[in-house]
Design a binder for this molecule. Structure first.
Ligand SMILES: N[C@@H](CCC(=O)N[C@@H](CS)C(=O)NCC(=O)O)C(=O)O
Length: 202
């Protein structure tokens, strides 16, 4: 069985939802309950997936490992389409996520209201522009790759949920909001939310 180190509502939720989608049982381990977590990931960040003797960190690497290992049809065989999948996966995980990380840093780590406000304002403008490219992509399709949600849509839905943590408007277009609502209603995703909630109160 896989082990997933996670934090509630964090980017690890997308991996959790993907494991549900792939019908893989998983033991969920809250990062803060793991005494030795820094030995698994010196950056102290989730997600970390333990697959037998393989300890894997970095969300994109974990997602690709799972999609390949379980031969998910959402990872295209065609090399051009696969490259496009990589592009959107990395746009989400390596461009959009770090733009949010900056805002979390301002919220939790910056001293001084003026400095924090400046990062919030500029960060929100940047994030809104990044979400514009998602909106553009979704103009003619319900999900990033057509009619079926993939790990990329799940990542985007997790990140969009972070908007509530900041006192600034991060603008999402109508098609983006509709896609996110579809992902939230997608059973593997809603099960991940539910299980995280149950684990938090247990
Ligand atoms: N590049 C890493 C980023 C991971 C990351 O930023 N994780 C956040 C949660 S979304 C985290 O663990 N934050 C807690 C911390 O930094 O202490 C990945 O994609 O796995």
């Amino acid at each position: 069985m896989y082990k997933l180190y996670y934090m509630p509502g964090a980017c690890s939720r997308a991996v959790h939802a993907l494991l549900n989608e792939l019908e893989q049982p998983v033991e969920l381990i809250p990062r803060d309950s793991a005494a030795d977590f820094r030995q698994l990931n010196p950056t102290n960040q989730v997600p970390v997936l333990v697959d037998g003797d393989l300890v894997l960190r970095e969300g994109s690497a974990i997602v690709l490992h799972l999609l390949e290992k379980h031969r998910s049809p959402t990872l295209p065989d065609d090399s051009r389409q696969r490259s496009e999948f990589y592009q959107w996966l990395l746009f989400a995980n390596a461009t959009l996520h770090p733009a949010y990380s900056l805002l979390f840093f301002a919220k939790l780590g910056l001293e001084g209201d003026a400095a924090r406000k400046e990062v919030f304002d500029k960060g929100a403008a940047r994030l809104s522009a990044l979400w514009d490219s998602v909106e553009e992509r979704l103009r003619d399709k319900p999900f990033i790759f057509g009619d079926t949600p993939t790990a990329v849509d799940m990542m985007l839905a997790v990140y969009a949920d972070w908007n509530q943590h900041f006192p600034v408007e991060i603008a999402l277009g109508d098609s983006t909001r509709q896609m996110i609502a579809r992902v939230q209603a997608h059973p593997p995703f809603s099960l991940a939310v539910e299980r995280e909630r149950d684990a938090a109160v247990a």
